[in-house]
Design a binder for this molecule. Sequence first.
Ligand code: GSH
Length: 209
Amino acid sequence: MTYKLYMTPGACSLAPHIALRALNLDFLLEVVDLRSKRTRAGEDYLAIQPLGYVPMLELPNGERLGEVSVILQYLADQRPELAFMPPLGTFERYRAMEMLSFIATELHKSFGPFFANPMPEEGKQWARERIERRLAYLDQRLGGGSYLFGENLTAPDAYLFTVLTWLPWIRMQLSTWPKLAAYEERVRANSAVKAALEAEAELMRGGPN
Ligand SMILES: N[C@@H](CCC(=O)N[C@@H](CS)C(=O)NCC(=O)O)C(=O)O
C-alpha cells in the first residue's frame, strides 16, 4: 500500500507531503521539474498531469488524484482515527472544507502574480494587498487553540503552513501578524512538518528521492 506523490520541493505539494507523514502512510516522492515538465526519473510529466502542475497523488491501485485540498481530504479519510479531517457528513467537516477552499482560492492562488513573468509591478502590488488582507483575517480568526481547529494538526494547517513558507519570497514579514507568526512556529515544530521540511531541503540540494 504505497502512495506516490508527484511533488516539487518548496511548492504546494508540501501540504500532502506533510499529510502523508502525519498520517503515517507509506509513500514515495517523485520530484517534478516544473520548468522542463519532467520527473527526476525522466518521465514526461505532461503525460501524467496535462497542465503540468504538482501535486498529483498516485494511489496503490494506480488511480491518480489531483488538487491539494482534495488530496488532503482523501489521505485524511484513509486514517479517520487520526482526525486529520473531521468525519464526513458532520458540520465540522464543512468548516474544515471551508478553510481548505479559502486557503486554495483566496490565499494560494493570490501568489500567482509573483511567479508569472512578466507581471507588471502594479499587478504584484495588487496581489500583495490581497494577501495582506487575507492574512490579517486569519490572524484575527486564530482562536485560543494551538492550531486552526484546536489542539490537533489538521489538513488545513498543513496547507496554510505551506503557503506561509512562501512569504519571504515575496518580501512579506509574518511578524506583522503576531498570532499568525506564533502559529507558524508551532506548526513548524510539529514532527511531521519538520520531517517533511528536512526531506524537501535534502531534495532541493539534489539528494535522493
Ligand atoms: N489547483 C492546483 C494548483 C496547484 C499549483 O498551483 N501548483 C503549482 C506549484 S504550488 C505548480 O505546479 N505550478 C507550475 C505550473 O503551473 O506550471 C491544486 O490545488 O493542486
